[in-house]
Design a protein around this ligand. Structure first.
Ligand code: NAD
Length: 489
């Protein structure tokens, strides 16, 4: 086993700041409390970080409010340059941050290296967008007035992020907020505060003025977040996480009529037609299923393969998934790390047991190993019936349920039979069908002969219960801008 990444992780965990980042300084929580961050590969405590109280949340908000006016007045080029420097700093310390991320979240080190680059790319993209915030000018149809349309920052924004992409889900929000001229309070997930704290340090070093970004990890998110949403000084909520919590925060945002962006859960169908390039479909399936140990909102959750190729597809997928090496993510030999915690593992195990009890067949994997850490083996199931829970619920683990379909209509009906609508994957070589099916899918994104859709330059987001708004791409910055129209005589 290579010791390299383990050693890098130990040093990174030791050296990352573990306080609250408020008004440009590191400080303890008001009540002096701290909470433990766990290594999911061992179940052991990595370190403790300051545990923000509701009063700390309010202090962070006050710092963001105090910084808003001067930040909004900062030249767009200057805001962009800060992001550009942060992009370079993230890449320069890529190995350290990747090891830190794997230590607290579990994903294989190669994927963490990929995520640091992906996260940094949001800074580069929005560094370029900061100087392209345009407006409009027009003459009224009756010629009686002129319209001047300007774009202004929404104002202090609350960013709430999940544990599964601890760095990229932060930069996907921080990047556009900085570019637009908004100040922020970031509340990272309690499982993965270290990557967010590392980000704060990078942005400080890149020259972000005090108070523009404030980071408040807490073991009790509900009591900290709700008063902020009801305060009136926060003008925007950008949330990534589960549909259940997103819905709760949407309700809380109603009292102050906040601008809201929600990136929520998914239940992605992966449809393979008989005319598809089967090698490419299996390759794409591996990516769509196994990226991030299956703990991705974009993870393929249900595989629908056309009857003539269903068995061949299932056999090949089971062979590939069964051949993956499972173990601590810091060992580069391992391709599949642990799930985030025991609750996550038990949920996956329960979904597999449920499918089997309803008639599904296990083709590989299917039972959790003994020993430390929250590991679950890559698992393929065939003949998964429509009433199996995993066809309707987010699995969030390395489990691929395959069901054969007979017609395009049936595949589409099954694909859309869910309250979620984030992404769908389609494999076919028939161009007409590709466009027809892409149009008919009720999702915000479609992977067409591709197992990964995420790209900082593309608009990411869902429909139905998968969310509101888009992150990334040209529209990403819109979420942090208001439109003001000036009528001129
Ligand atoms: P989660 O909803 O439990 O937590 C997300 C965030 O909300 C965390 O910061 C958490 O501390 C906070 N939170 C939890 N309860 C809260 C409350 N009562 N009030 C205020 N904040 C609260 O989700 P998770 O388990 O961290 O992440 C997994 C979920 O995120 C999955 O459903 C996944 O699909 C989704 N996700 C979506 C996207 C996307 O872009 N659509 C990306 C990544 C993850």
């Amino acid at each position: 086993m290579s010791e390299g990444a383990f050693e890098t992780a130990r040093t990174a965990v030791e050296s990352v700041s573990k306080g609250l980042f408020v008004g440009g300084s590191w400080r303890d929580a008001e009540a002096g409390g701290a909470f433990a961050v766990e290594d999911p590969a061992t179940g052991k405590t990595l370190c403790s970080v300051a545990d923000a109280t509701p009063a700390d949340g309010m202090a962070a908000l006050a710092a963001a409010v105090a910084a808003q006016a001067s930040w909004a007045a900062t030249a767009p080029r200057e805001r962009g340059e800060i992001l550009r420097r942060a992009h370079a700093l993230l890449l320069a310390r890529r190995e350290e941050f990747a090891a830190l991320m794997t230590a607290e979240m579990g994903k294989p080190i190669a994927e963490s290296l990929g995520e640091v680059a992906y996260a940094a790319e949001f800074f580069r993209w929005f560094a370029e967008e900061a100087v392209r915030i345009g407006g409009d000018h027009a003459v009224a149809p009756d010629g009686g007035s002129r319209f001047l349309v300007m774009r202004q920052p929404v104002g202090p924004s609350l960013l709430v992020t999940p544990w599964n992409f601890p760095m990229a889900m932060g930069t996907r929000k921080i990047g556009p907020a900085v570019a637009a001229g908004c100040t922020m309070v970031l509340k990272p997930a309690e499982q993965t505060p270290l990557s967010a704290l590392a980000l704060a340090d990078v942005l400080r070093e890149a020259g972000l003025p005090d108070g523009v970004l404030n980071v408040v990890p807490t073991s009790a998110p509900g009591p900290l977040v709700e008063p902020l949403l009801r305060d009136g000084r926060i003008r925007k909520l950008s949330f990534t996480g589960s549909t259940e919590v997103g819905r709760l925060l949407l309700g809380q945002s109603a009292s102050q009529v906040l601008r809201v962006s929600l990136e929520l859960g998914g239940n992605a169908p992966f449809i393979v037609f008989a005319d598809a390039d089967l090698d490419a479909a299996v390759e794409g399936a591996m990516l769509a299923k196994m990226r991030n140990i299956g703990e991705a909102c974009t993870a393929a959750n249900r595989f629908y393969a056309e009857a003539p190729i269903a068995e061949e597809f299932t056999r090949r997928l089971a062979e590939r998934m069964g051949g993956l090496t499972v173990g601590p993510g810091l060992d580069p030999a391992n391709q599949v790390g642990p799930l985030i915690d025991e609750a996550g593992r038990q949920k996956v195990a329960a979904l597999v047991d449920d499918a089997v009890s309803r008639g599904a067949t296990i083709r590989t994997g299917g039972s959790a190993p003994a020993g430390p850490g929250y590991f679950y083996p890559p698992t393929v199931l065939s003949g998964v019936p429509a009433d199996a829970r995993m066809r309707h619920e987010e699995i969030f683990g390395p489990v691929a349920p395959v069901t054969a379909f007979d017609t395009e209509e049936q595949a589409l009906a099954w694909a859309n039979d869910t309250e979620y609508g984030l992404v769908a994957y389609v494999y076919t070589r028939d161009l007409d069908r590709a466009l027809r099916v892409s149009e008919a899918l009720e999702t915000g994104m479609v992977g067409l002969n591709r197992g990964v859709v995420s790209n900082p330059a593309a608009p990411f987001g869902g429909v139905k219960h998968s969310g509101l708004g888009r992150e990334g791409g040209k529209v990403g910055i819109e979420e942090f801008l208001e439109t003001k129209y000036v009528a001129m005589g």
